[in-house]
Structures are given as C-alpha cells and as structure tokens.
Write a protein that binds this ligand. Sequence first.
Ligand code: NAP
Ligand code: COA
Length: 264
Amino acid sequence: MASPFRDGILEGKVAFVAGGTSGINLGIATRFAELGARVAVLGRNPEKAASAAAGIGRGAIGLTADVRDYGAIRAAMEEVRSRLGPMDIVVSGAAGNFLAPVLGMSANAFRTVVDIDLNGTFNVFRGCHDLLNLPGASLIAITAGQAVNALQLQAHACAAKAGINQLVRVLALEWGPDVRVNGISPGPIAGTEGMARLAPDPQTRQKHFDRIAMKRWGEIGEVAECAVFLCSDAARYVTGTIIDCDGGSQVGDATQRSIEKGLS
Ligand code: NAP
Ligand code: COA
C-alpha cells in the first residue's frame, strides 16, 4: 500500500532508535531513513548493529550498548550527537520477553525484563534530553498491550510496559512544550521475534488472532508509519498518548465475528 507520507518529510532530522537492530524497531529506523532522516540504531550485539546499519544504508550508524547501563547508553547518544548532530527523534524500543508463570520465574528473571523495558526506557529518555534539538523533538516509547491487559505468563512484561505508559505521560507533562513524548503499542506483528516467543504454537496464535478486529496480522511497516506520524508536524499537538497499532486487539474478543464470517 502506498505511504501517505511524502518523500523527504524527515529531511534534516536526526533519529536515534534504541533496540533498532532488528524487527519492528529496525523497520521504524529504515522508514525514517527512507523519508530523509539521518539514523542511528543501537543493540547489544555489534554484528547485528553493523548489519542493521548497512541494511538501512544512507549513512546509518550502528552502535552497541545495553540499555540497562545508563553510562553506556548515554555515551552512545553522545556519539550520535557528535557524528550526526542534536537528535530530533528518539525511539526507545529495546525489550526482552519470554513466557513464564510467576512461579517459574526467579526474582532475577522478573528484574531482567523490567530492567530492559522500563529502566531501559528511563535511561534512554533521561539520557537524551540535553542532546535533543529543541524545541520540537519527538520521543516515542514502544510499549505493548500487556500494559493495559493482564496476560498470564507475562507478569514481567505487563509490569514493565504499564510503567512505560506512565513514564510517557509524566515526561509529556514535564518536558512539554519543547518535547513531545508518546508511545506506540503494536499488536501481534508478523515475522517478529516477539511473535515467535509469545505465540510459539498454533493454539496460542489462534487466541491472539481471535482478538484482532482487522482479522489479519500486523505488518512492521504499519508500525513504522505510526512512528512517522508521531514525529511529523501532523502530530504537533499530540503528546502523552499511546497509539494502539494493533488491528483492534485491545478492544475486546473478536471471536464471535470471526465465527459468523467463517474467518477463524
Ligand atoms: P526484537 O526483534 O527482538 O528487537 C529487540 C531489539 O532490542 C533488538 O535490536 C535487540 O538487539 C535490542 N535489545 C534487546 N535487549 C537489549 C538491551 N538490553 N540493550 C540494548 N538493546 C537491546 O523484537 P520485536 O519483536 O521486533 O519487538 C520490538 C518492540 O516491539 C519491543 O519493544 C516489543 O516489546 C514491542 N512489541 C512487539 C510486538 C510483536 O508482535 N513483535 C507486539 C507488541 C509490542 P540485541 O539483541 O542485539 O540487543
Ligand atoms: N523462563 C524463565 N526464566 C527465564 C527464561 C524463561 N524462558 N529465560 C530467561 N530466564 C531467566 C534466566 O534464568 C535468568 O534468571 P536466573 O539468573 O535466576 O537464572 C534471567 O531470566 C536472566 O536471563 P539471562 O539469559 O541472563 O538474561 P539476558 O540479559 O542475557 O537476556 C532475555 C535477556 C532473557 C530477556 C533474553 O531472552 C533476551 O536477550 N531477549 C531479547 C530479545 C527479545 O526478547 N525479543 C522479544 C521482544 S518482545
């Protein structure tokens, strides 16, 4: 489907995508670059970061740091500013996840996911503020439906993503009007690591599918278009909000409609 965004809409912008070396976040970084932004992506694995940057092309930079390490993430963002300039767009999308019941999860397992998702987002946003191009910077956290809908085997991700949603709102209050802070909550997106981990078998995939009002899996490019919207002038009065890009997955159970239409 043709994009509604014109070529060059992000010309002159500098974008940093934490967790941008694979999956949804790489799709976001790639779209930013296609639309004219100078882009840096970051992950823990140096080969993955280098290959993501090479795939994006257009002078994209691949950096390595763990978002749990404030000093390392801060140093990476300082490097972005010195090589590309002050940042206009910062995406915090690094996440870790696995299915486990609370009783099958050690304290360290719970802490690990909260540390990557929630504390990592704090580190990225806290660390970027004085490196931003102000006014007009746009910050985007990648959250998930677990933030609002409790899901078994997801205590760590539910707690972490709920915290991210509130962090987004607080930062929107504290940093407006110079900085807009929003979140995107993707639904089940085809071909991603998240889907492979959270819906590993046909039965679980069907349960996720039954919740989708749009009756198809989401695409990485569709989340990327939401991110472009949020950092474009079209969203200049949008802050402190979470956009669900999930085909209606959080609205309720769409099973009955699937049965009526013979879709499930
Ligand atoms: P993914 O491909 O596994 O991407 C995760 C990215 O984060 C990778 O670049 C990874 O690179 C990096 N990363 C992980 N831990 C890190 C750490 N401690 N420090 C720095 N970087 C780290 O995941 P995805 O499925 O595309 O998901 C992307 C985002 O969308 C996540 O925030 C996820 O919660 C959200 N989401 C996904 C779905 C879905 O259907 N997939 C649905 C809802 C929400 P390294 O491994 O090299 O560090
Ligand atoms: N069930 C229960 N506990 C698990 C687990 C599972 N499936 N996988 C990991 N853990 C526990 C470990 O046993 C460890 O706890 P312990 O020290 O008490 O034994 C703790 O979680 C940390 O694991 P470790 O492997 O040391 O963490 P890490 O920092 O190297 O990796 C993960 C973080 C576990 C989240 C890893 O899966 C990861 O890097 N994921 C990134 C990609 C991803 O998840 N993408 C999807 C995004 S939606």
